[in-house]
Design a binder for this molecule. Structure first.
Ligand SMILES: Nc1ncnc2c1ncn2[C@@H]1O[C@H](COP(=O)(O)OP(=O)(O)OP(=O)(O)O)[C@@H](O)[C@H]1O
Length: 320
């Protein structure tokens, strides 16, 4: 098992109170698994992804445990996490393409990054060049400034850098949303190739755009309002979703490249609850066509079929 997360709860501390952005998240990712993480804007995808690598204020660790390759990650201790970041768990953040230091040549930047992690640049250079070949970037990019690269080239560069030390877990946060559809497809194929070549053992691909997950993900985890709704193999999520929210989400799937944020979900009246003061019980209760009294309690995230987990009292009762 590459990643095991149990009861992970993370809030944001604000002047108005705690934002309950991630509550009781429990799931696993197998060796070699690419897991898509999807849901509407504000449901906690980025919070979940980032809390596995860096918890910075106003994020606040409330509880829960995370194991990577059977070793517990000290995610509540940023300093101790330094030993794992980039080596064992690596993140491609949203807008990573523009996050590269504009006044550093790319090679120099990689050298500094490696040295800060006590890794010798010269030792890694031959492998770095092999990977540049693989993603069709000329070795000259190492002498270039980020501004000299196109959007697609920058994206490939960031992917090479973040997977350079063969991490066990790579978290890719919305890495395709700023790209045109053809480049999105190329980036998606590259993610799969990186896994197949064992540059990374497992991956979390965060996106608004479920259609991109058809191409890359072995499984999909759907979040709603800070909690996990459903996790299952990709085909099961697409063809036989069990959570009422997933069903509505899939039935109103946007076309390739369209973000959920740009399109209201048809058939789901209302909005997700505010996470400053989330409702008790199932957070989808107020919008759910199948809600009944039991939904006033928080539903457990249970396995209803092999590798298929759902947090819904209806499914729980059908399964019992
Ligand atoms: N710095 C912050 N301070 C306070 N609340 C925050 C902060 N960052 C995020 N939140 C809140 O936490 C919740 C989860 O946000 P998060 O960014 O994880 O969602 P997301 O699903 O990744 O959204 P998006 O797809 O729009 O990036 C939201 O209610 C958001 O308003």
């Amino acid at each position: 098992m590459a990643l095991k997360v149990e009861n992970l709860t993370v809030y944001y501390q604000t002047l108005r109170g705690d934002v309950h952005a991630l509550e009781h998240a429990t799931f696993q990712i197998a060796d070699g698994e690419i897991m898509g993480l999807a849901g509407e804007s504000g449901c906690g995808k980025t919070t979940l992804g980032h809390s596995l690598i860096v918890l910075f204020p106003p994020m606040k660790y409330i509880g829960g445990q995370v194991w990577l390759d059977n070793e517990e990650l000290p995610i509540w201790d940023s300093e101790r996490m330094n030993a794992y970041r980039f080596h064992k768990v690596s993140l491609i953040p949203q807008y990573a393409m523009n996050a590269m230091n504009p006044i550093r040549k790319i090679g120099k930047m990689i050298q500094e990054l490696l040295e800060s992690r006590k890794v010798d640049y010269k030792e890694v250079l031959p492998e770095l060049k092999r990977r540049l070949d693989l993603v069709a970037l000329p070795h000259d990019v190492l002498q270039m400034y980020p501004i000299e690269l196109s959007g697609g080239m920058k994206q490939r560069m960031v992917m090479v850098i973040s997977s350079l030390l063969n991490p066990s877990l790579l978290i890719a946060d919305e890495i395709t949303s700023a790209l045109d559809v053809a480049t999105q497809k190329a980036v998606a194929e590259m993610l799969v190739e990186f896994r197949d070549r064992q540059f990374v053992k497992s991956m979390i691909v965060i996106t608004h755009d479920i259609s991109i997950l058809y191409q890359v993900a072995d499984s999909i985890l759907i979040m709603y309002a800070g909690v996990l709704a459903e996790k299952a193999p990709t085909q099961s999520i697409i063809e036989s979703p069990r959570h009422p929210y997933t069903r509505l989400l899939i039935s109103s799937l946007p076309e390739v490249g369209v973000r959920f944020a740009d399109k209201r979900l048809s058939g789901i009246p209302g909005n997700p609850p505010l996470l400053l003061d989330p409702p008790i019980g199932c957070r989808f209760r107020d919008r759910c066509p199948l809600a009944f009294e039991r939904c006033l309690e928080e539903p457990p995230f249970i396995e209803v079929a092999k590798d298929h987990y759902v947090a819904c009292w209806r499914e729980f009762e059908n399964h019992a």
